[in-house]
Design a protein around this ligand. Structure first.
Ligand code: MG
Length: 403
């Protein structure tokens, strides 16, 4: 679990000769942030002074990820991969700003061929070929305009984790759960896994607060081995939990599959710590999850997430992104909205996590309305922090650190 987060980010700004900027970051929870910064600096020689072809952002990403020496640090996992995410997302923020479009729209207006070319198909073709992905994308083209109109009108559905943090009093949990329903959310989430008696009591309380029709997901943050996960969820079943999130190690494909069989009809959700598209592929092939939770900054940014969205669509698995942290809500909304318009074509059983935290530091913060994310209109990926926040929180010389 993550008991003492110190919300941090390794932050990238790409500058062009024309004076444009692209902003990206990877989120960390404190110590080790400097490792991501060092990894970003290791990529800098591959980026600085180069021509960025906005028509070939897939090629840009592959140039970073295929670097024969940096690859040794992963391959395609951990700090070096998160660093690539920060740079690649900054490139998409830049591309959106230059095109004058929010990134969800930039992606959703690409041709199927352009979208397929963003992905790195290496290691995927036993599960999904570029040709099959093209078919999926072409099927979605006729409905794009109607879904864009719907998205602009209605927004994208969200769920909230606000009521469910460990350590809240029972009164606070009940109050926040009722407030979430009043705010229009149809799903909330509770953290579980520290103490079974506490979890049974908290889940009963939450169920009483929200009634039978609001979904309650629970999140164990990788707490359990396989058998304890199944036993723990058996004790929570009377309160109708909708999904169990991260029951065990994010690398354990077969473990997730066993848990999924063991806790059915409760769904298994995971993905915020899945290292890359190859593990996603295996999770899908092994029928190890019901809900895929992409993260905007853990895999290699927009390009790898495009591959993951295509995989999920091909396997018919809904994507419900992880968010919260520093700017993850801002970044990931673009991926879900693109998915709705141009890939899966559906918001059924799809919700983006929402946490009401740190949005005030962003130039284009998320906007919520009746439990939905409103589609961003500003050019870019909503990943640019305010200059004052960047200055105040810069480590180690910003005023927040000095004080
Ligand atoms: Mg989680």
């Amino acid at each position: 679990m993550n008991p003492d987060p110190d919300y941090s980010a390794a932050y990238v700004v790409l500058h062009t000769d024309e004076g444009m900027e692209g902003h990206g970051f990877c989120f960390t929870i404190g110590r080790g942030n400097e490792v991501c910064v060092a990894a970003i600096e290791a990529y800098a020689p591959l980026v600085e002074g180069t021509d960025l072809d906005l028509g070939d952002l897939g090629g840009f990403a592959r140039r970073l990820l295929h670097d024969s020496q940096l690859r040794w640090l992963g391959p395609e996992k951990g700090a070096v991969h998160m660093a690539a995410a920060a740079i690649i997302n900054a490139a998409f923020d830049l591309a959106g700003k230059i095109a004058g479009k929010p990134v969800w729209r930039l992606l959703a207006e690409m041709t199927p061929e352009q979208i397929v070319d963003l992905a790195d198909w290496r290691y995927l073709t036993d599960a999904l070929t570029p040709d099959r992905a093209l078919d999926l994308l072409r099927e979605a083209v006729p409905g794009r305009a109607a879904r864009t109109a719907d998205l602009l009108e209605r927004g994208y559905p969200a769920y909230t984790t606000t009521p469910g943090w460990l350590g809240y009093t029972d009164d606070k949990l009940g109050r926040l759960a009722r407030e979430a329903v009043a705010d229009g959310f149809t799903q909330i989430k509770l953290k579980v896994g520290a103490d079974l008696d506490d979890d049974v009591r908290r889940l009963r309380l939450a169920r009483e607060a929200v009634g039978p029709d609001v979904r309650i997901a629970v999140d164990a943050n990788q707490r359990w081995d396989v058998a304890p996960a199944i036993e723990w969820m058996e004790a929570l079943k009377p309160f109708d939990p909708y999904w169990i999130e991260e029951p065990t190690s994010p690398d354990d494909v077969l473990g997730h599959a066993a848990i999924r069989r063991g806790v059915s009809p409760v769904k298994v959700a995971t993905g915020e710590h899945i290292a890359n598209r190859v593990i996603v592929k295996q999770m899908l092939q092994a029928e190890a999850l019901d809900v895929l939770q992409i993260d905007a900054c853990r895999v290699a940014g927009v390009t790898e997430n495009v591959a993951i969205l295509l995989l999920a669509a091909a396997f018919g698995v809904p994507v419900c992104p992880h968010a919260g942290g520093v700017g993850l809500c801002e970044a990931v909304q673009h991926l879900s909205m693109f998915d709705y318009v141009a890939v899966s074509g559906s918001t059924e059983n799809r919700v983006i996590e929402y946490v009401d935290h740190l949005h005030e530091h962003f130039e284009d913060p998320v906007r919520m309305s009746r439990g939905h994310y409103s589609a961003p209109a500003a050019p870019g990926m909503s990943t640019q922090m305010k200059a004052a926040s960047l200055a105040a929180y810069a480590h180690p010389h910003g005023e927040v650190w000095r004080s």
